[in-house]
Every structure is written in C-alpha cells, then in structure tokens.
Design a protein around this ligand. Sequence first.
Ligand SMILES: Cc1ncc(COP(=O)(O)O)c(C=O)c1O
Length: 403
Amino acid sequence: MNRKIEDYIRKTFTNNKAVVANPTCYIYDLQEITDRINEIDKYKLPNVSLYYAMKANPNKEVLKHVLKHKEVSGIEIASIGELNIARQIGLDDMSKVLFTGPGKTPQELEEAVKSKIRYINVESVVEAIRINDIAKRLNIPKVDILLRVNINYFLDGASEYMAGMSTKMGIDQSRFKEDYSYIKKLSHLNICGFHVFAADGVLDYNILLKYADFVFKFVKEAETVVGKVKVIDFGGGFGIDYTKAGMKFNTKDYFIKLGEILKKYSFEDKEIILELGKYIVGSAGYYATKIVDIKDCKGMKHIVTAGGVNHMRLPIATDRKHPVYIVKMNEDKLYNEQIEVKNETVDIEGPLCMTEDKISWDEYIENANIGDIVVLTQSGAYCYSASTLWFLSHELPLELIIK
Ligand SMILES: Cc1ncc(COP(=O)(O)O)c(C=O)c1O
C-alpha cells in the first residue's frame, strides 16, 4: 500500500466526523481506475470493445468516472436496478448498455426491450420467447440479442466458474442445435452473436487464449447453422492478484496473441466485447476498519474490528485472503496490561455474533494495537455491494473517493 493512501486513511480516521463516529469505510482511488482503463486501451485490438461490468462496483462516483473515459463503450448490467443507477448518473444513451444474467424477470425484459438497449444476452429458450412476445406486443420489429452459450470447455485456473460445467448460465453447448431450432422461429429476434463468459479471476492470459480458440471453433461451426454473426462477447475474467506479490494480468501479450487467433479463424471483422469488472475497479479499492478490541483466547489472538463480513464478505465467501496492512494510530492504552499483537499470527474478525465473521485469518502481523486501522487492499470489486450489509443492523461503511 503506498504512502499516499496510508496518509489519507490516517487523516480520514482522525478528521472525518462520519468515519470517526462509524470507524469503517471503503476508499476508491479514481486514478487507479483510469490507469487500468488506459492500460487496456493502449494494447487492445481495433475490433475489441471495452464495457464495464457494473456489478463489480455500482458506486455512482465510480460509475460516473468509468463512463467519463471514451475508451469505455458502455456498461454491462445484470438487473434493471443497475440500469436505474446508470440513468441516475446521467447515462441516457441506451445503445451503451448490454444486459446479461440468468433469471431476468419478464418485467425486466420488457424494460430492456422498451429502452432499446444495445444487446440483451439471452440465456435460455424461455427468455428468447418472452422477448419475442414483448417485441410483438410493442410493435418492435427486431430486438438485437446475443445468445449466451455455456461452452463445453473448463478454463482450469480461474477463481470462479460460470460455465464449462453444469450451471444455470446460458444455453448448454450440447443442446445448442436443439434450442436454436426453437429460437430461429422467433421472428422479432435478431441474433447478432454469442456471449460466452465462462470464468472470473484469471491471471494467466494463456488460459483465456486457449478458451478463445475453443470458442472460435464453436462459432465457426455454429455459423453454418445460424449464419454469420457480428459479435463475440467474452464477458469478464481478467484477474487481479490478491497476494502482496502484485502479479499483473499481461494485457499486452493477451491482445497480441488474441489477434493471431482471430486471424487464424478469419474473425478480424467480428467485434470482440469484453465486459470487465474486477480488472477495472478491483485494485482501486481499500476497505479500512478500526481495531476495537484484541483478545487472547486459548492460545491465539483475535483482532476485533468495527466492520466484519457485513461490510467485507468477499474473502470468506471465496476462501481467499486480501493483502492486509495496519495503519498505526498510536492511541493511548486503556490499561497497562492491554493486549497487543507483536510478530504473531492472528485472525481478524468483525463484530458479528458468529465465528465465521472473519475478514482475514492466519495473518502474520508485525504490530497492531487497539485504535489502529486494518486495511484490506484489492477491495474495489465485489466487496461493498456483495456483502451482507444489513446483518446485525450496523451502520453502513462510508464510501469515499480519492479524485
Ligand atoms: C456476464 C458477466 N460479465 C462480466 C462479468 C465481470 O467479470 P469480471 O469482474 O471477472 O471481469 C461478470 C461477473 O460475474 C458477469 O457475470
């Protein structure tokens, strides 16, 4: 964690009245988001479009900032709630919106059709029929869709899998021809391409390239049935490193090699969509929470913080720790024998009445005292909004922006 962020956290926990009263917050560094977008833009191929998967972080300031970049073509939403947030921050060009996700309700589909968003990513025959019926009723001649397919390929080496095994996402590749025989009869649908998001958190770009090769083979074959398509949407998946080693996804080599594979299939004229979430905002976020107590119990110490999995559920949910830093605040001791942590391995736990309420565990800490701040880096994606925020009815953590 750099000095600028450490100083900001120290100042915030000293001077920001709301944080002093409720000592736990998220901090998002907008420059880091810009750097990540620029990194992609520097190397991406001309036929690649970058979208932001807003489920990663729907904070309005973050979203506004992402959309300020002309290099970002738009957003991928997973609900009409997300579309409403985007509208609230002023996004009115619906051709910048893609809608993905299993279990879209008929009402959500109707709103998407009426809004004339760019593509609805259709996940099943049922969804296709519903969209077709809505379009017919509203006298809309054609709705542009991508068909989401659960490709018969397991991307070994990701942190979470959406496809390549039995999941609720998309149409099973093994059933594709059968399902397509229904979908092709739906005259209000315009099939523009495929959506093939399969896995998240991939740090080794070679894994994504092998998958791309397999997908292109599928698309070549599918085109003999469906006809030529314009778009292949790979969803997200570029990973970030959750260790202090700080490994980076190699965007440069990824795009160079993707270009070679596109050439092999003569697919250079197809639009390749990336809907990135974690890569764009993950490393821009910090979760900071004050140490309210330190316990020594049956041979092990426990750091107890103001916020727990109610604010920061991702580490325990994925069984993957985030890098931990301690910002020293040098508060006076309450009594002489007050316990501190010195060069030992501890668990870091929140205030909830359950033992699984850990934001880190088996963590080696050089020194920590009551009053110091625990900081978890890499906390910009799937952290705040994916937490059990109202469990035990604690105050919500503040979300602060470094511009
Ligand atoms: C359809 C879709 N697109 C994009 C993403 C973003 O993935 P990531 O944050 O790994 O880039 C997700 C994440 O779950 C998703 O479900």
